[in-house]
Write a protein that binds this ligand. Sequence first.
Ligand code: UDP
Length: 420
Amino acid sequence: MLQTENKSNVYPGFAKIRDYEKFVGASVINNLELLASRLKGKTIQNINSTSVGGGVAEILNRMVPLLREIGVDTHWDVIKGGEQFFQVTKKFHNLLHGRQDLINAHDFEVFMHTTELNIEEMDIYGDIMFIHDPQPIGLIKKKYEDKNRKWLWRCHIDVSNPDQDVWCFLKKFIVKYNASIFSSPQFSQKLSIPQFLISPSIDPLSDKNRELDIQVIDDILNKYNIDKQKPMITQISRFDYLKDPVGVIDAYRLVKKYIDCQLILAGGTATDDPESVKVLAQVQEKAGNDPDIHILLLPAGSDIEINALQRAANVVIQKSIKEGFGLTVTEALWKAKPVVASAVGGIPLQIKHKFSGMLCHSVEGAAFAIKQLLHSPEYAKQLGLNARENVRLNFLLTRHIKDYLLLFLALYNSSDVVHL
Ligand code: UDP
């Protein structure tokens, strides 16, 4: 029997909605409260596949309590699956991102088997069912039990060039939803249901993003034996091929020929990602015994550590091969850091090249940009300041909540969406 997990009532000591006024002004918050009041009596049930690790859990952790505070009855449940199921969904993830992987009929059977178990076990109670990513997508089979229920499918990944077998399999579920949501215009697909484009966001008051005392940062650097005097290049990411940690080491080695610097590769694993142990081993092998490469395996909940490592960095890198949106990029930009990041997924939405960061397309390009930033601290500082303002205007949690509230209301008020 599968156990599902209810995440709705475990948010001790979180920021209050009015605390965000200092970033976005009172009118934005007033607006959110007004929109929320129009959703009185409606329950929102979020469902995803992991409560820790990765961007989806990160956003839900912060957003659910705020929605509840402004009066939107919001819940979060997590589907359960065994190792085999998550191996299959990881294959889906890779193939949707255009990476090669082998998938066969048995994999689809494994997926459907766990889907059916979750369908049996899960309590479906939302007026709006907010389903995140492919893992729980099959729950839509429950739609026909209650015709008044609205179903949204939120795609957090880059599906601009998906494997057609996997996409066609998922599409059979997607088209049954009332609407879909993608993070960037380039991810949108030809679909018979409405598509909404909503960027994710970060929470400026979370432990991961709030201001830190210099002493806290120093203590964390000491804990990991990182030399404060040597320039730091930092990538924070799950150990995943698509984050290209090996490519990051290659870029660092090119920079190292000219500048005595150090590399920090910090990240953990997500419970729905069985591949990370293999990737971590490859990264460790590639790093060899270079004392200036710090590979830090962070346990879940290392938010202050991540915050400190981002703040201490001279340059933050995100050399992803594919990326959904790239929240780690947003986090670094908010800290006014010069960021060098691949022009993939949602990253170009966040970085205007040479204005609010540097976009790169190769190991050599990344190394060139890092060198330039390390050599020109004033230029790096200006990019960082521009970046922070762009995040303040576009990628904070309050804007994200507003977009979702408008979408929820549209489900009841727009004839286009209602009739599907
Ligand atoms: N993250 C974390 N611990 C880690 C690695 C990443 O908490 O070991 C966080 C990171 O700070 C960010 C999110 O997980 O908030 C990753 O989101 P992103 O969109 O960058 O990538 P994803 O992992 O969802 O592909």
